[in-house]
Design a protein around this ligand. Sequence first.
Ligand code: ADP
Ligand code: MG
Length: 363
Amino acid sequence: MIRVEHLSKRFGDLVVLADINVEIARGEVVSIIGPSGTGKSTFLRCLNLLDQPSGGAIWIDDEDILAPKANVAGVRQKMNMVFQQFNLFAHLSVLDNLTLAPVKLKRENKAAAEARAMDLLRLVGLGEKAYAFPDELSGGQKQRVAIARCLAMQPEVILFDEPTSALDPTMVSEVLSVIRRLAKEGMTMVIVTHEMDFARDVSNRVFYMDEGLIYEQGPPSQIFDNPQREKTSAFINRVRSYRAHIASPDFDLYALNAEIEAFCEKHIVPREARRNLMLLVEEVLQLHKPWLAGGALDLTVSYSEKNGELELDCECSGDAGNQLQPDEGEDGLEAMIINALCERIDYRLLHGRSRLEFLIKKD
Ligand code: ADP
Ligand code: MG
């Protein structure tokens, strides 16, 4: 259905897309992943002619859409796009957002367009919001309206550009559920996303973009479990981490907690694991209070997106011993709480520094 050959795109001297060659069949769901700045958005924007490619060819159903006489409005209607920032018209009601393009561009009858718009709003769970305005909606609701608006043009392909990355983490799943449903109904979709679990279970194929190329492509099982090329593997297995150096018992606990929360938010750490981490940090700091009177601590939080493992490492600036072993006369209450929050705890002495490694429970 979509055929791309030697597609390239430059912005001045910057080569963003070097040489893209792909085919996408009707009914396929393709996810595109890759580091930021590798041209994922540019690729989608070239597909529906929001950016003019510098070279190469794109065919949609055997129509050369880069030909001078190509019907640009027709292409955009056939391949409609959903953006990260929703792009709803703020001054129009939800219903009018859905009917504007069908009535103005496709000259549809207004009553018929409204009836279909209502059906689409019900499909995305927002029948009740037809007469609301965008700023009365949550981010997740706005994005569902944007998807309904896209469907109102009866596209044959939907291009999604990071549809959940502007959302509060609590709203990601309502949007993903709507996209999953479209996938089940056989809609052809190209989805740029950083939601790895979602990409894995919704897609037929995954494209990993890097170096201006589709660097590797394959079924989700290959890309996520058995990537064939070095950069794909490095991207899939990357671990995100946050580090804090604590040098006195009077450190700013509120700022530390806020930074750890922000880290979890940014990397979409699941709620239960996040809660366990926050409690654990508090207990671990409590446990090391005596040590902090003279020494320092390095705390590292690491999160592996691939297997969802959340770890806290606590390294003392010297040999503090294993603080989890209660001293004579202590009740060991903190150690008990800590044990309950962790899947596994390892203690080691490395280069004269004692280090506790906590693998945090996910539920
Ligand atoms: P991604 O979506 O993978 O994060 P983008 O396609 O947004 O990447 O951008 C790829 C590169 O192209 C970036 O370096 C970006 O700064 C650059 N770029 C994107 N759009 C423009 C533009 N209109 N003018 C100049 N540079 C651009
Ligand atoms: Mg982008």
